[in-house]
Structure formats: structure tokens, C-alpha cells
Design a binder for this molecule. Structure first.
Ligand SMILES: NC(=O)c1ccc[n+]([C@@H]2O[C@H](COP(=O)([O-])OP(=O)(O)OC[C@H]3O[C@@H](n4cnc5c(N)ncnc54)[C@H](OP(=O)(O)O)[C@@H]3O)[C@@H](O)[C@H]2O)c1
Length: 339
């Protein structure tokens, strides 16, 4: 029998390349080899293709996969797993027909949570992004009045989760087109969707920023949605490391990544600024439970957010187009690796 080979995407200058190589061989005594089959495309993958991501490399991480083989009885062949990319293990990308993870056994166990039986793959692929919003939601009081700025996948998942937590949620987005595209989804039934330029003078006790990057005008529009006293600004979306609050020397990226809280007094408003970053194993468990249960207000679920399904070669074209044009594909795309 010939050597088994598998295709995967690799980052190359200016984009990605589809390569075919022999199956990865473990160079460590503790390993798991998985066969990814449904993998989500995340905005951080696009940042990595453009080399504009400042944190760890996570290319291809929103994964649902079946265990093929491993060094441990913890991972029987056929076990369905997703990936917690915050756990430090060594791995190859999940944008491939095989992915190899190596690391201490307890870290491999933490990095590869099992997917609950009965959760369809198209829903389970949201486990990692939802876990990050579960982590974020710990900073939002149940039942509070919340504005979410940014109606990408993160903002929409957070809206669904906060609604489950009894919050009154308003979704605000830069382009009206994205809100219009979301308006048919029953997931966001009863969630007001407002283009940023039409927000007016309303205030919200909590404002969560889930935009892909923060600039002065986004910060100011979020800050201006808070009441004069007692509000809370939660930083979830990306911030450049050297970005400072206008008129101050305050670097917000450290607040976000360090999950710090500080009181800011600015322009007649005093509010808490709270950072949220990553997710814990407990957040993954909660996310898995949310995805396994029906939503009380609709028979649909988060898989409704998938707008495009592609193969690995088509994903390569899509990422190279995004790198060339600077335009991100809108909405959630998933890769059917086995097609
Ligand atoms: N804290 C964490 O642990 C964590 C975890 C996962 C992801 N993230 C980060 O969360 C961010 C969002 O991810 P995503 O996948 O949802 O990104 P995305 O799909 O790019 O969505 C971002 C959304 O923000 C909107 N937007 C941009 N600027 C805006 C503004 N000034 N006012 C209102 N809306 C604005 C965009 O509107 P348009 O329709 O006009 O494009 C878009 O709908 C990323 O930076 C990601 O890295 C953080």
C-alpha cells in the first residue's frame, strides 16, 4: 500500500496554497490525529492570511473532526471533537484532510472537547466562537439593556446568548446591508437591528464592541451610547496593540487581552471599561450545552448563520481573493473538507 497523503492549506507570502503531503507523523509520544470534516472560517483566519494578526497563530481552528488514531485511550477512533485553540498544544491547521496535535496528555484532553451526541456538525462548528461569547457574557448582568456594536458572527452569537440570559439586546452595525441580510433569521427575532448612523441619543447600561478592529469613531460611538454614570463598555473585538483612546495615552488592547477592568472618566461620562479575551474549558462546556438544546423562541439554530459552503480548493481561492482585494467575505463560511 502506498504512503497516505492528505491535502491542506498553508500560509504563504500574500495568501495561501493548497498542498498535498504525506500524513503528518507524530514526533512526540503523546498525540492525536484527527480528520477534520466541517471547519468554520473566522475573521482571525483572514487576518492571518494578511499577516495582520498580532496574537498566536490559529489558522483553521473552528473545527469539527473525527479522531482517526491517537496515543491514548482518551481518544477512541471515531470520537467527534472540536478544538479549543487557547490550550497550548502543537498542531497543524484544521484546514486540511488530517490534523495532528501533540502535547502533554492533559492538554490534549483540554484542547479537544468532545461534541455532544445529537448536535449536528453545522451547529457544532460554532462551539469555539460561541465559547468566546459565553466568556464575554460573564461581564454582562443578566436582564440588562445591552447594545452590541458589530453584527458579524461574534456579535450575532453574543446577541443570541444574551437573549437566552434574559437581556434586552440591540444590534448595531456599520453597514445597513448586513443587518438587512440578517433580518429574516428567526435567531434574532425581537432583536432590534439599527444601522450605526441611525442610533440617535438612546443609552444602554452595557455596550459590547465586537467589531473586527477599533478606531476612534467606533470607540466614540460606543462610548456615547453609555449613560453619564454607571455604564459598562465591554471590549471583545480586535484592537491594535498601539491603539490609544483618543485624547489619552490609554492602550486598550492590554485591557482586552489582560481581561482588566478600569474606570474611565471622559467627555462627561464615567464608565467601567472591561476586557474579555478567549474562553475557558467551562465556557466550551456551556457552549456545547447551548448548542445541544433548542432555543426557546425559534425552531432554528445557529447553523442558520452559514451563508456559504466551500471545498478546500475553493477556500484557497476565496482567501487569496480576500488577500488581494482587502475585502472579507461577509457572513459565516464553512469548509466541507471531505467534499
Ligand atoms: N474576545 C475574544 O475572545 C474574541 C473571540 C473571537 C473573536 N474575537 C474578535 O471579534 C471580532 C469580530 O469577529 P467577527 O467574526 O464577528 O468579525 P466580522 O465578521 O468582521 O464582523 C464585524 C462586524 O462589525 C461591523 N463593524 C465594523 N466597524 C463598525 C463600526 N464602526 N460600527 C458598527 N459596526 C461595525 C462590521 O460591519 P460591516 O457590515 O460594515 O462590515 C461587521 O458586521 C474580531 O476582531 C475577532 O478577532 C474576539
Amino acid at each position: 500500500m502506498g504512503e497516505r497523503r492528505s491535502r491542506s492549506l498553508e500560509l504563504v507570502p500574500g495568501g495561501v496554497r493548497l498542498t498535498t503531503r504525506p500524513w503528518p507523523r507524530p514526533a512526540s509520544p503523546s498525540w492525536v490525529l484527527v480528520r477534520p470534516h466541517t471547519v468554520g472560517l473566522c475573521s482571525s483566519d483572514l487576518k492571518e492570511v494578511r499577516r495582520s494578526r498580532d496574537v498566536r497563530a490559529d489558522f483553521g481552528h473552528e473545527m469539527v473532526a473525527l479522531v482517526h488514531s491517537s496515543s491514548s485511550d482518551d481518544f477512541p477512533p471515531g470520537l467527534r471533537v472540536c478544538l479549543d485553540p487557547h490550550v497550548p498544544v502543537t498542531r497543524t491547521t484544521a484546514f486540511g484532510e488530517t490534523a495532528l496535535l501533540t502535547g502533554p496528555p492533559e492538554q490534549l484532553r483540554a484542547a479537544l472537547p468532545a461534541v455532544p451526541d445529537g448536535t449536528p456538525d453545522d451547529r457544532a462548528v460554532f462551539t469555539e466562537p460561541l465559547a468566546c461569547t459565553v466568556h464575554c457574557a460573564a461581564n454582562v448582568l443578566p436582564g440588562s439593556d445591552v447594545a452590541i456594536i458589530g453584527a458579524g458572527t461574534a456579535g450575532v452569537l453574543l446577541a443570541v446568548l444574551l437573549r437566552l440570559n434574559g437581556c434586552r439586546v440591540t444590534l448595531i452595525n456599520r453597514s445597513p446591508e448586513r443587518l438587512a441580510a440578517l433580518s429574516p433569521t428567526a435567531l434574532l427575532r425581537d432583536v432590534p437591528k439599527i444601522p450605526r448612523r441611525e442610533v440617535g441619543t438612546r443609552t444602554f447600561g452595557t455596550v459590547v464592541v465586537t467589531t473586527a478592529s477599533l478606531d476612534s469613531s467606533t470607540f466614540d460611538s460606543a462610548w456615547n451610547l453609555l449613560p453619564a454614570h454607571g455604564g459598562r463598555l465591554v471590549l471583545f473585538g480586535g484592537i491594535r496593540p498601539d491603539w490609544q483612546v483618543p485624547g489619552t495615552r490609554l492602550l486598550l488592547d492590554g485591557i482586552r487581552r489582560g481581561e482588566q477592568t478600569l474606570e474611565l472618566d471622559r467627555g462627561g461620562r464615567r464608565a467601567l471599561v472591561v476586557g474579555t479575551h478567549g474562553a475557558t474549558g467551562a465556557d466550551f462546556t456551556t457552549a456545547g450545552a447551548v448548542l445541544a438544546a433548542p432555543l426557546p423562541w425559534t425552531t432554528s439554530h445557529v447553523e442558520e448563520l452559514i451563508v456559504g459552503r466551500v471545498t478546500l480548493p475553493v477556500l484557497a481561492e476565496l482567501l487569496n481573493d480576500a488577500a488581494r482585494t482587502g475585502v472579507d467575505p461577509a457572513g459565516k463560511h464553512v469548509v466541507d473538507i471531505r467534499r
